[in-house]
Write a protein that binds this ligand. Structure first.
Ligand code: SAM
Length: 799
């Protein structure tokens, strides 16, 4: 490239004047100044509309939802300090499955309290990501119910993620991935590596972006994965059968464990000889190709041998093999002396061919294959196995921030690596959770070791961040700003719920179809006290119908409080505020759906002979989804077709015959059909949820002060924030302190779930024996076929 003369970068006075004018008028500058005005003049750079190097710096604490650890049978005797008496992991790294948008997760991992844990685990050595190309494939699911398949469309949050990535074109995808790649680079260890899986639509842009983020010199390979032999898209183009995997190192310190593939049958036939035992051997030329070694006599043959006399002698004295006419590892001629091609090698002792960047030996995952989890974009385990083995060692930490069905987590666990995996999709998290429980069970059956994992999210803290009023405000200004934010937030919720705001009303917030509407606290679960307040306020006003909207409800609240309300003549309907409420566009388009609450009924079954033992039986589960409409489905159906829709808490199959006659069949005949997974924690209050937050952050301060044994902090008078001190999302804090959130971690001690192959479910848990007499709180969690979870608390008395 011709060098641009220095004077080309200097502006004339006229140019300076014109540029100043353009800036003052707020008009864009001509393109040519891009390379003149800026200090950093990269030779090649990908630019897109809105490119900025600003990255998210928000740091939020993680909320631990669940802890999953299949008890080990023999563990207590093996490593007693690592496991409790039931063989559950007590110490060391716990793998992490995090639900949420990876942008916030990455920035919170990068600068939050978990960073220290990551570094203590040796740093993040490998990242593999397979970001979404196509929302249809990534978020819609085929859910099986009875003998039918129900096609689930992406939920709103998933659609929003799609709109923000692909929805506005390739530039929005590149902008999305660019910011995340910068965060990933900052999280990766100096000797770490990253693999980014892309298809042929994006490989060129992603490579340029990665060169910019990781540096050109850290480019290692653009791997071609030939995933299929043929494709039916070969019309005006060649069939597209490959994906690309961009492999970059974090620095020159990154190490690659060379992988080997077996030799081809043709090569073996041509070069190797088969012995009667079935072993293959060949004799390798031992002459010095450059002719620089000295001649010497090796057992009767004088030549320039490529090895030293000592090394040749070692081959001569090696144990005798079955190869005819040989001595040790040396092949002899008819005269009994070594021939030139004299070194005997066996095929089964060779590593194979060092792997190239063209991978055509790993087939795409067939739908019926053993590992298929029913996730359309699922990648084969063999692919991840290769990547993980190549760029990490046993005990290393690997991550996948777009984990989908959990392939990276499953392979990492099987190969003895630690892992952090994240996904935005509720169903992806649920699929991964089930897959990882299977991996734990298989490892346990095979007597192999495995790690516990926890399911985390930013849930409550993400919502708190919304209410954050940062900046340099005085106490009074801050209070006003907070009140303003709360009002705006409440208005947004009311708009999404299509309710009319109530002016001058001190307690209730709105009215919808003749019902009062009250919004619960944003950062705390609605508890009994709040419900009692709602009832009292209703009675004061003589109101009898009220909708109570909240992000979270305290466990065990329903159905008891609703019955109490009913007895007092109040029809109280709790509704869940969906996370999509934060998306103003979705609210404006009226797309936000408030779900009704599901109820679980679980009954303890005490053992008549042993007072310390009980089982938990799942005795009822009800959901009241009102998604979609059977009528709309019927209207859009073609003759001879059928569709499954969800309406009024039932799944209904709507079919239209050849004559256009519509029939409806309810598929969810039994409540059990709704249950995909259920799990039991026999002593829920035994593990407090402790979070690490930046020192002096307001996050959950009240929660930390909650009285012993209470499942939630005392409720404040302000029903919206529930907290006198607003949460403070921090930017790169360095000092952290531990706080109890007021909640407990659900320890998954027993569970039963459906898989694609096995649709059966057990409805009574295995017996659990307590070691001490007393009252315990059992928690039962149910996840329905859409991946939504609900939990109930069941008090039990043993001994
Ligand atoms: C192509 S799939 C990954 C499939 C995966 N490799 C497997 O083997 O199953 C992409 C995943 O990225 C997730 N995703 C999309 N946007 C995301 C975001 N902003 N944060 C976290 N996950 C996201 C989707 O939910 C989807 O599961």
């Amino acid at each position: 490239m011709a060098k641009i003369p220095k004077e080309a970068y200097e502006l004339s006075d006229a140019e300076k004047r014109d540029l100043t004018q353009l800036i003052q008028q707020g008009r864009p500058l001509p393109e040519k100044y891009r390379f003149i005005l800026f200090e950093d003049k990269r030779e090649v750079e990908l630019v897109w509309n809105g490119k900025t190097r600003d990255v998210c710096t928000t740091v939020l604490p993680f909320q631990s939802l669940e802890h999953v650890d299949e008890p080990r049978k023999e563990a207590p005797e093996i490593q007693s300090d690592l496991f409790d008496t039931r063989g559950r992991q007590l110490k060391g790294w716990t793998n992490k499955l995090i639900w949420g948008d990876n942008k916030l997760i990455l920035s919170s991992l990068k600068s939050g309290a978990l960073r220290r844990q990551i570094e203590d685990a040796g740093g993040l050595k490998l990242i593999y990501i397979d970001p979404p190309f196509d929302v249809g494939a990534d978020f819609s699911m085929d859910i099986e119910i009875g003998g039918e398949t129900f096609h689930k469309e992406p939920n709103l949050l998933e659609q929003i993620a799609y709109r923000d990535t692909w929805g506005r074109g390739a530039d929005s995808f590149i902008a999305m991935i660019y910011e995340r790649l910068i965060l990933m680079r900052d999280l990766l260890a100096e000797d770490g590596s990253i693999y980014v899986h892309v298809d042929s639509r994006l490989n060129s842009s992603v490579r340029l972006v990665m060169e910019e983020v990781f540096g050109k010199s850290n480019y290692r390979n653009e791997i071609t994965w030939v995933r299929a032999a043929s494709h039916n898209d070969a019309t005006d183009q060649f069939g597209k059968v490959k994906d690309c995997i961009m492999y970059f190192a974090r620095s020159e310190k990154a190490h690659l464990n060379i992988q080997y593939v077996p030799y081809s049958a043709e090569y073996i036939d041509a070069e190797w000889r088969k012995l009667p035992s079935g072993r293959y051997y060949k004799a390798e030329n031992m002459l010095d190709p450059r002719g620089s070694m000295k001649f010497f006599d090796f057992h009767g043959t004088v030549a320039r041998w490529r090895a030293t006399p000592e090394n040749m002698e070692a081959l001569w004295n090696a144990p005798q093999t079955e190869v005819p006419d040989s001595h040790g590892r040396i092949k002899l001629g008819k005269d009994g002396n070594p021939i030139k091609r004299c070194r005997i090698m066996f095929l089964d002792e060779m590593l194979g061919v060092p792997l190239s960047d063209n991978w055509s030996d790993i087939a795409y995952l067939a739908g019926g294959s053993k590992e298929a989890a029913g996730y359309k974009t699922q990648k084969p385990e063999a692919l991840l196995e290769r990547i993980i083995k190549a760029s990490s060692n046993e005990g290393d930490l690997v991550a996948d921030f777009f984990v989908g069905s959990g392939t990276t987590a499953a392979v990492a666990e099987k190969l003895g690596r630690k892992w952090i995996c994240t996904d935005l999709g509720k169903f992806a998290i649920h699929t991964t959770r089930k897959r990882m429980i299977q991996v734990q069970r298989e490892a346990k059956d095979a007597g192999k070791s495995f790690r516990a994992f926890e399911v985390l999210n930013l849930g409550r803290y993400e919502r708190q961040a919304y209410l954050n009023v940062g900046g340099r405000l005085s106490g009074k200004q801050k209070e006003q700003a907070l009140a303003q934010k709360e009002r705006e937030f409440r208005d947004l919720i009311l708009r999404a719920y299509r309710a009319e705001p109530l002016e001058g009303e001190p307690f209730f917030h709105g009215k919808n179809a003749g019902r009062l509407v009250v919004i619960g606290p944003i950062n705390l679960p609605v508890g009994r006290l709040f419900v009692e307040e709602v009832i009292t306020e209703c009675r004061k006003r003589g109101a009898s119908r009220v909708d109570m909207l909240a992000f979270e409800f305290e466990m065990g609240l329903f159905p008891a409080v609703l019955d109490e309300a009913r007895q007092k003549g109040i029809d109280l309907t709790p509704k869940q505020i969906p996370p999509e409420v934060f998306d103003k566009r979705a609210v404006e388009k009226g797309q936000v759906v408030f779900f009704d609450i599901s109820f679980i009924e679980a009954t303890p079954r005490y053992n008549k002979k042993d007072k310390f033992t009980l089982q938990i039986e799942l005795t009822d589960f009800s959901v009241y989804y009102t998604q979609g409409a059977a009528e709309a489905a019927a209207a859009s159906l073609k003759d001879g077709k059928s569709q499954v829709v969800c309406e009024q808490g039932q799944l209904i199959k709507v079919s239209k015959n050849k004559d256009g006659i519509v029939t409806r069949e309810t598929l969810t005949k039994n409540w059990t059909d709704w249950v995909d997974y259920w799990a039991v924690d026999f002593d829920y209050m035994s593990r407090r949820e402790i979070i690490k937050v930046a020192k002096d952050a307001g996050t959950e301060k009240q929660a930390a002060d909650a009285p012993e044994g209470s499942a939630k902090p005392p409720e404040g008078l302000n029903p919206l924030s529930g907290s006198a001190k607003p949460p403070v999302p921090t930017e790169s804090p360095t000092e952290f302190e531990e706080r109890w959130t007021g909640s407990y971690i659900f320890e998954n001690e027993w569970q039963s779930f459906r898989t694609r192959k096995n649709r059966d479910l057990e409805f009574i848990s295995a017996p659990h024996t307590y070691t001490q007499a007393g009252r315990y709180t059992v928690a039962v969690k149910v996840i329905d076929i859409f991946g939504n979870d609900t939990m109930v608390l069941v008090p039990v008395n043993v001994g």
